[in-house]
Design a protein around this ligand. Structure first.
Ligand SMILES: [Zn+2]
Length: 407
């Protein structure tokens, strides 16, 4: 049966675990104060958590008169999660502890015509390899978290449509739980990323935030009141397909002028190609050895760093389109912070400066200008950390379906 990890037994356990996690170190008395649970209940539950190796007793804390209290903390290196980040071009794997510290990371490219069976086989083999190389025993693995690009039915753990693989309806959760017999969580990659930012990145301490990923596509993960907001039909955050130009280029979704045709990877590449064909001198063609296929976001960024006018213009243009989208988000949801990540965001100021300028210019009030716009601090690991956080949020949080998961 799936769920050998005997953890989610009651809300009180989750409550206490989450308080210990967020405090770092805390005494039993302070847990009782914060939770309003009785001291015997706290002693009882923490006793269980101690004997299961989920928490540890640490040094003594400051005394408030009597005996110095013993501090409790999460035993973060005692349990592990396998994280899988399935992008458009590659799949990243890593092992995380309860602090989402990653080790044993590997990257596997997505091959042309990867079938559903191939994908499940690659994930299975790589997760088995992670467990073998790290020598983590199976009972210490609390789950597998998968951030999957495209449309995902998170509740049932199905990849509904993965455009990078051109595959539909892959029941990842069921297929992998059958193999590993531990819980498997599947979520859209950008939503997972947003959760990762909320727990371990730029979003720590915030109840509301939006995380935008700009790479081969553009998506957003929205967190409201500490929870992922998916919308009624799982479409919330699909900002890559919001209209940026009614007469713009055709998008992979069939519409015209979607944001991602103008500000994601291929939009940048096409903008460069168009100017090169018109004969505009630029370092981009040289740096791509004159081969259109070699033009990439990285090449454009490198050219911009060398002062290439066209490259800078292309990145600034993308930044302005993103700025318009971010301005829309500010006026619709008014989050305190918007975090920008993904490959294209590595162009840093070339993109973020025009983005912020547009948001400032379009804000309808002084308050709207207070939204903080930052680059993700988790970098290339954001997706993996997010994938692992899918499992961690089940472990620690009260907001999720914990109580249903009794084993
Ligand atoms: Zn579209």
């Amino acid at each position: 049966m799936v769920g050998s990890f005997q953890l989610m037994k009651s809300l009180n356990r989750s409550l206490i675990l989450n308080i210990i996690r967020s405090a770092g170190m805390i005494s039993r008395a302070d847990i009782a104060k914060k939770t309003k649970l009785t001291p015997p209940t706290v002693t009882n539950i923490t006793g269980g958590l101690l004997s299961e190796g989920i928490i540890l007793e640490g040094q003594t804390g400051p005394s408030s008169g009597g005996r110095k209290p013993i501090m409790l903390r999460i035993n973060s290196r005692n349990f592990f999660i396998a994280g899988v980040d399935v992008g458009v071009k590659k799949i990243r794997f890593g092992l995380a502890d309860l602090n989402a510290d990653l080790s044993y990371q590997t990257v596997v490219p997505i091959s042309e015509r990867m079938s559903e069976a191939d994908l499940v086989r690659v994930i299975t083999e790589q997760v088995q390899k992670l467990m073998r190389e790290s020598a983590v025993p199976k009972e210490k693995m609390i789950g597998i978290g998968i951030g999957m690009h495209g449309v995902v039915d998170a509740e049932r753990g199905i990849s509904v449509f993965a455009p990078g693989l051109k595959l539909k309806n892959i029941p990842l959760k069921t297929m992998l739980e059958d193999v590993f017999l531990i819980p498997v969580k599947v979520e859209n990659d950008v939503r997972a990323m947003a959760l990762g930012e909320a727990w371990f990145g730029e979003g720590r301490g915030l109840d509301d935030l939006i995380c935008i990923n700009v790479g081969y596509g553009i998506g957003a993960g929205i967190i409201m009141n500490g929870r992922l907001f998916r919308g009624s039909h799982g479409l919330a955050g699909e900002i890559g397909h919001t209209v940026a130009d009614l007469n713009g280029p055709r998008c992979t979704c069939g519409n015209y002028g979607c944001l991602q045709t103008l500000a994601a990877h291929d939009g940048l590449k096409n903008a460069a190609l168009k100017e090169i064909i018109l004969g505009r001198p630029t370092l981009i063609s040289e740096m791509a050895d004159g081969k259109p296929d070699k033009i990439s976001g990285i090449v454009i960024h490198e050219a911009a760093k060398l002062g290439d006018e066209l490259a800078i213009e292309i990145l600034r243009g993308a930044g302005r389109y993103l700025g318009a989208a971010v301005s829309n988000l500010v006026h619709i949801l008014n989050p305190p912070k918007i975090i920008v990540g993904g490959g294209i965001s590595k162009a840093g100021a070339f993109i973020l400066d025009p983005l912020r300028e547009v948001v400032m210019k379009r804000s309808i009030s002084e308050e709207a200008r207070k939204t903080v716009i930052v680059e993700s601090g988790l970098g290339d690991s954001a997706g993996l950390i997010g994938a692992c956080t899918l499992v961690l949020s089940d472990l620690f949080s009260l907001n999720y379906e914990n109580t249903k998961q009794t084993v």
